[in-house]
Design a binder for this molecule. Structure first.
Ligand code: ADP
Ligand code: MG
Length: 246
């Protein structure tokens, strides 16, 4: 596929909690401009993998992680962010006592490679995600679930990602909101930002991903072209077979 060097390379990444091997030797490569999907049942290690890759809130126990050909396993989280590896969280992660605009400013400062015009960057990020300007200077506790997702994505964009990692951004959203989110993911990608997207629910992931990995019990069950991966018998059994019970 791409002749360019991969943007993110993870080799044999492991993270345990006591005796539980939450991520047990996962490898992946995300290329510039790619949308890469990560699926898997609840508890399969998706969020733990994101945490370990970004060092927020903890590092991998072992494994090699390269971003833009640089080893980042021991780099502080803010430095990783400044290189352009930026993430959102599965749960709401806004600063409750700040306004929406102030929240996005935190992202702009944390990820800022240079100071530049912070206000302009914050305004552009809010506008890009379609955030209602009338709510921008209101306290975030008044926001809907969808507005909070937009805000979290705007905060990440303000940090100027080269690879944006999103952990289940569609959870808690209505079908029209999920469709809007899919459009937003595509628009972000169209600006040249690669996306690493976790989703438990497959339709969104399949509609946007060029490459797909399915995790189960902390390991890679299958990886490759999305339509091939979802036909893989191990994936059908481990992932789709459990959907009815989820
Ligand atoms: P997913 O995001 O795929 O739903 P997680 O990465 O959150 O899965 O969790 C993987 C496994 O690790 C689960 O069994 C979960 O209970 C466990 N786990 C996650 N975080 C912790 C933690 N901080 N302490 C102990 N166990 C954890
Ligand atoms: Mg998770």
């Amino acid at each position: 596929m791409s002749t360019l060097a991969p943007l993110l390379v993870a080799e044999n990444v492991c993270k345990s909690f006591g005796s539980l091997r939450a991520v047990a030797g996962v490898s992946l490569e995300v290329h510039p401009g790619q949308i890469y999907g990560v699926a898997g049942p609840n508890g399969s290690g998706k969020s733990t993998l994101f945490n370990a890759l970004t060092a927020i809130p903890y590092r991998a126990d072992s494994g090699r992680i390269l971003f833009d050909s640089r080893p980042i396993e021991r780099m502080p989280a803010h430095r990783i962010c400044q290189l352009g590896l930026v993430r959102t969280f599965q749960k709401d992660a806004e600063f409750e006592r700040l306004t929406a605009r102030q929240n996005v400013r935190v992202g702009a400062v944390f990820g800022g490679r240079e100071r530049g015009d912070l206000d302009a960057r914050v305004g552009a990020a809010l506008e890009f995600v379609g955030f209602d300007p009338a709510r921008a200077d209101r306290p975030v506790r008044e926001l809907s679930v969808f507005n909070k997702k937009q805000l979290m994505i705007a905060s990440a964009l303000a940090a100027r990602p080269r690879l944006l990692m999103m952990d289940e951004p569609a959870s808690g959203l209505t079908k029209p909101e999920v469709d809007e989110l899919a459009g937003l993911v595509r628009r972000i990608n169209a600006t040249g930002v690669a996306v690493l997207l976790i989703e438990h629910v497959l339709p969104l992931l399949l509609s946007v991903s060029q490459r797909l990995m399915v995790l189960n019990y902390g390991q890679t069950l299958a990886e490759g072209e999305p339509q091939e991966v979802i036909k893989n018998p191990a994936v059908v059994e481990a992932y789709l077979g459990k959907r009815g019970q989820a």
